[in-house]
Ligand binder design. Structure first.
Ligand SMILES: Cc1cc2nc3c(=O)[nH]c(=O)nc-3n(C[C@H](O)[C@H](O)[C@H](O)COP(=O)(O)OP(=O)(O)OC[C@H]3O[C@@H](n4cnc5c(N)ncnc54)[C@H](O)[C@@H]3O)c2cc1C
Length: 385
């Protein structure tokens, strides 16, 4: 957090909204593996999910910095912004590369909540992190693309109206570079399910509404192509920095929540006639977790500042995501340890948040792949994969 918090009013407003969705709300949804509809509606109605949509399309035209503060506060309040964060960064692909007609038709509806653009389809079961090898093909036939293939881990597809889908439009053996020949289609999920698209939920260790998608000759109108055919990978990369900064902020929010809960419990829990937090063995890990969360936060603000100035920020966005995900995971472990047996009890919410924050070691990009990026693109070491 900057020394003088420039975002005090925004933080206070988001915190106030989150008060209507206390621990018990998230705990109940977690048990039922249910989607936080009421929360997402409240967030949309208050305009927060449209933070990055320009005012001319009905949004508030804020920067990634402000958007990241919104997501941070949700996680810091004990909630899980993962239920809806994608709307913020998927929208950017449409905004930067969509046609005027697409933007005019869709963005005002996304801003008002009439349409949900919550789903982003990249990962495939057989190719994983090796994105350019993806197998889902879209073959042009007249004014349609016919899509065939499979995606995995596509979150919120059951709760979204639109899906940004990365497909191959030119076979990999017909392009010079493997990053060429990929395209982005904006798929209308409502019209597609049952007509060539099947969505199958995947139950995971946390409540994340993630799914598998099966494309069996799904027909998508050519007008759903975003930008130019074959340029999809470039558009994808464009949006990744925003995604990494926003998720770093969620991790900072998680980290602060864990440190606050651990501190509170360590002061209140009396064992051997003293608060457990009086023992250095208990207080030092909490203090260290706090230090690491604050350090990660600085990198997150640095990356966000560069992004909002339109300057290159790939290295900072990646480093922010890595540091923040590590810091929140460390803080999660410390919070469980500090709570002793109660760290495992559902009613304390520590175990729920522990499961939720674990995801960010793997998604949307795994820690190893960030280290590989830093080694190659920042330090100039040989490409390792
Ligand atoms: C709950 C959840 C939600 C998700 N939501 C979405 C979504 O909405 N849309 C979407 O497109 N995707 C989504 N994902 C997918 C996510 O982005 C991928 O899981 C992630 O990118 C890793 O890919 P993978 O699972 O295929 O792992 P793999 O690529 O198979 O990697 C497995 C492990 O091997 C390591 N590894 C692989 N290659 C190397 C290497 N060269 N060097 C060192 N280590 C390596 C990785 O770091 C990882 O730890 C989601 C995943 C989860 C679990």
């Amino acid at each position: 957090m900057p020394a003088v918090d420039l975002y005090h009013d925004l933080r206070t407003a988001v915190r106030d909204l989150c008060k209507a969705f206390p621990d018990g709300y998230w705990r109940e949804l977690d048990g039922a593996r249910a989607y936080p509809d009421a929360f997402v509606k409240a967030l949309t109605d208050a305009g927060y999910l449209a933070a990055l949509i320009p005012e001319e399309y009905g949004g508030s035209g804020l920067g990634v910095t402000e958007a990241s503060v919104i997501l941070e506060e949700i996680n810091r309040s004990g909630g899980n912004a993962g239920a809806c964060h994608a709307q913020m960064y998927t929208m950017g692909t449409l905004l930067r590369h969509g046609s005027d007609a697409q933007k005019r038709a869709l963005l005002p509806k996304v801003a008002s909540g009439e349409l949900r653009l919550q789903a982003f389809g990249v990962t495939e079961p057989t190719t994983g992190s090796d994105t350019t090898q993806l197998k889902t093909m879209a073959v042009r036939k007249g004014d349609r693309y016919v899509v065939r293939g499979q995606k995995v881990w596509i979150s919120r597809a059951e709760h979204s109206d639109l899906l940004l889908l990365l497909v191959r439009t030119t076979p990999i053996d017909q392009v010079k570079k493997r990053t060429e020949g990929l395209s982005i289609l904006l798929v209308d999920l409502r019209a597609s399910v049952g007509h060539g698209l099947t969505i199958r939920p995947i139950r995971t260790m946390m409540n994340h509404a993630t799914t598998e998608l099966f494309f069996d000759d799904l027909e998508v109108p050519v007008s759903a192509l975003v930008g130019e055919e074959g340029q999809g990978f470039t558009y994808l990369i464009d949006g990744l920095n925003a995604e990494r900064i926003l998720i770093a902020a969620e991790c900072v929010g998680d980290g602060r929540w864990f440190v606050e809960r651990a501190t509170r419990y360590a002061k209140a829990r009396i064992v051997f006639n003293r608060p457990i937090g009086q023992n250095q063995g208990v207080q030092f890990p909490i203090a260290r977790a706090h230090v690491n969360v604050e350090a990660a936060d600085l990198m997150r603000f640095r990356a966000a500042e560069l992004f909002d100035r339109g300057e290159p920020c790939g290295r900072e966005a990646n480093m922010a995501k890595l540091l923040a995900a590590d810091a929140s995971w460390e803080a999660a472990n410390v919070a469980v340890q500090t709570h002793g047996g109660f760290g495992f009890a559902e009613e304390y919410d520590v175990e729920r948040k522990f499961r939720e924050t674990r995801l960010y070691q793997v998604a949307p990009i795994s820690t190893n792949l960030i280290l590989a990026y830093v080694a190659e693109h920042v330090l100039g070491l040989p490409r390792s994969y």
